[in-house]
Design a protein around this ligand. Sequence first.
Ligand SMILES: Nc1ncnc2c1ncn2[C@@H]1O[C@H](COP(=O)(O)OP(=O)(O)O)[C@@H](O)[C@H]1O
Ligand code: SF4
Ligand SMILES: [Mg+2]
Length: 369
Amino acid sequence: MIELRGLRVAFARRRSFGEVVRGQLAPSVRAVDGVDLELRRGEIVALVGESGSGKTTTGRAIVRLGPISAGQILMEGRDVTAIRGVDLRAYRRRVQIIFQDPYESLDPRRSVTDQVAEPLIVQGIGNRAERRERVDRALEEAGLRPVALYRDRYPHELSGGQRQRVAIASAMVLEPDVLVADEPVSMLDVSLRSGILRVMMDLREQRGIGILFITHDLSLAWLIADRIAVMYLGRIVEVGPAEILVRDPRHPYTKALLSVMPSPDPARRRKRAILRGETPDPSLIPAGCRFHTRCPLVFDRCHVEDPPDFELGEGRRSACWLAEGGEPLPDFPAEAPRLASASAHHASAKMTADAASAEPSLVELDRRP
Ligand SMILES: Nc1ncnc2c1ncn2[C@@H]1O[C@H](COP(=O)(O)OP(=O)(O)O)[C@@H](O)[C@H]1O
Ligand code: SF4
Ligand SMILES: [Mg+2]
């Protein structure tokens, strides 16, 4: 339904003092650096990556809120990369976004009903009574039941989870075909997460909408998505059906993320790989393979040649030279954890903690609805 082709977003960065002195231009921040991705009707695709990998920038470009430097966005085959005016308004009706922070995304002075009705007013849909009916339906779908209890409330009277449900209702009131959900549960208490995830799974099931679910948490992605796209420094380094990608990753970055994911299998839990160093700055993307500065399997070629996407069948692809022959990845060398610097230990501990925080939802929620 939606297809990204070679999408690029670069931001200008202010020059550092040294650059000014040397008369150099500041390198641009290549936040999204050639993304190809498809989202089909009724499908949940998770876009996973560490903070700063370009997920939000991708999501904002899809809903045409952020800039696009190159590449294309197609909606049912139609190029929507540069549409404006009435075309853009019609597109926005079909493609909606919800954000991470339900405290920022709602207007504190507006009641729940006014908040959710707003997109209908902007789009000029329905009369007062019809709008009221659609608002009620959206609140109901977002799980704010009984609706009468929530209609006239204000954001400060709601919990974080309830606010996020209001945000979902405002997106769904237009009955869009696509929802971009940018870290929709990251700021919520663990106990509230599974409820919100359930709402999204139901929307997919009942409405057949396509959802791009953005998250830094691979275990959450595995829980909710049909397919997973793993992003690193602006590029999708691996994509594939969730089940297959988690069982048999073909990119070392995916494999490293998986090794810090909480696992019910104690044998796997012990084998934690540690990524060396921190994510490099997207204004200084390493030459060759962009992951080579942290990759436990790096070899000579990786320093000089950027791997293309290798198609691996079953809808999988990986941008790693080791995927070229279609073979499974070798194990990480045993000494990799000992190479880790103190900061890498810190980064890894943080990722483990982030992943572990999703654990209760693994218990509460089935993999599939
Ligand atoms: N408006 C902007 N101006 C300059 N740099 C930006 C802007 N928005 C994002 N970036 C940079 O682009 C990179 C990707 O950011 P983002 O898409 O927010 O990543 P993620 O959502 O994966 O954490 C980051 O390095 C971020 O600092
Ligand atoms: S191409 Fe080389 S550096 Fe890049 S992920 Fe593969 S093995 Fe690692
Ligand atoms: Mg983000």
